[in-house]
Ligand binder design. Sequence first.
Ligand code: 5AD
Length: 438
Amino acid sequence: MAKKYFIETFGCQMNELDSEKIAGNLQNAGMEPARDAAGADVIILNTCSVREKAVQKVYGRLGEIKGWKTSRQDLIIGVAGCMAQLEGNRLLKKAPFVDVLAGPQKGHVMSSLVARAQETRTPAVDLRMDDDPEPLETSFVLRESRWRAGITISEGCDRNCSFCVVPFTRGRQRDRESGNIIREAADLAGQGYIELVLLGQTVNAYRDPSPAGLTFAGLLRNLASVPGLSRIRFTAPHPNYFDDELLDVVASCPQVCNHVHLPVQSGSDRILRAMRRGYTRKKYLETVHKIRRSGRAIAVSTDIIVGFPGETAADFGDTLHLLDEVQYDCVFSFKYSPRPGTAALMLSDDVTHEEKGERLMRLQEQQKLIQFNKNAAFLGQRVEVLAEGGARANYRLSGRMSNNRIVNFDGPDSLLGSIVSVEVTGFSPNSLKGAWIG
Ligand code: 5AD
C-alpha cells in the first residue's frame, strides 16, 4: 500500500509554495496525501523562523506529535524550511525523535531523505549551503488550488536588514531565467489557472540571468500578455527597487492587480537607519505618492515592526503618523523579535515586552479605523472577485478583489475559481460583505 504523507505549513506564501513542491516530490515517489496528520506515515512540518513565536509554535507541535511514535513505530517526522535551517542540530538535540531535517528548497530531495531515514533509522539531514545552491526549477508542483498558483521567480535575499533572519535561512539571491518563468506561467494558464502570484524575498530586485536580461518590470509585462491570466500579483517588493518602470507596468496592465504590498517597517528615520532598510521616510513616501498618483486606484499595504531596539515614544509616534499619512489599505504589524545571527541582536532590546504589546495594540486600533473608513467607500459598489471557498461570517463563499480586499458572499459552488460580480452590501475593517449579481 502506498505510504501516506501530510504536510503542515507555517509562515509565508513562499512556504506554502515550498510545501506544494514537497508534495509534488513525495507524490512522484509514489506516496499519497493523507487526510490528516493522524492518518499519515510521513508528517512534514514546513516551518518559519522569522519571529521567535513561529519557532515556538513548531516546537509545540512537535511536542504534540512526539508521542504518536510509541504506537506507530514506522512514523516519519520531518522538519523542513527556515526553522530547520536555522536550528540545525540544535533541533535534533531538542527533538531527537525527528527523522528528517531539511532546509528550504529541499522539495526535490524530500522523498530520498524520507527513504534514507526509513532505511537507516537515523535522522536524514540536508541543510543547504550557500556554495551549493539548490536548483530553482521544479519538476512537479502539486498545487492546492486549481485557479491560483504561486511561482518562484527568485530565492534568497541580498539585503541585510538588521532584524531579519531570512538571508541566513534562504541564502543569497538566486534568480530563475525569465524564459522558464514565462513558460511555467503559460503552462499554468493552459491548465486553467487565472491568478499567478510571483514570489521572491525581494521580488522586485529580480535580475534575469538569461541573455534576455529582463528587469522585474519587463518580466511582469511579459507575463501580463500570457493569454488566460486574468490576475498577476507579486510579493514582496522592497521600496528601493520600486522604480518608475515598475510603476508604469502596474499602472497600465489591467492583468497586474491594483495592489502593492510595500513593507515600510517603521516611520522613523532613526529606526529605519538602525534597521538598515536603505531608505528614508521621505523617500518611501515619494514612492507611495507616485503609486497613488498613477491614475489607477492602487491599494497599498505594508508590514510594520514595533518596539525595535531603541525605538522611543517619539519614533513610534512617527510610525503612527505615517499610517495616518499613507492611509494604508491593510497593515501587518509585529512586535520586534530578536533573531539569532542578525545585526540587531547586538543592540540592547530596551523596549519592554509590555511596551511592545501596548504599541502594537495602539497601532492596530488606529489602523482599524483607517480600514473601516476605507472599506466604507465600497458600500453599494459593484466589484469583481475571484470566488473561493472558505466560508466565513455565515457566508458560503469568499474571494478577493484585485486590490486584495476580501469579500464574503453567497452563491453556488459552481462559481468557485471564476471571477464574478458582487454588489457590496456591508463592511468591516478587514472585509466586505456582498451579494452575488447572478
Ligand atoms: N521581528 C519582528 N518582525 C519581523 N519581521 C521580520 N523579521 C522580524 C523580526 N525579527 C517582519 C517584517 C517582515 C515580515 C515578513 O515579518 O515586518 O516584513
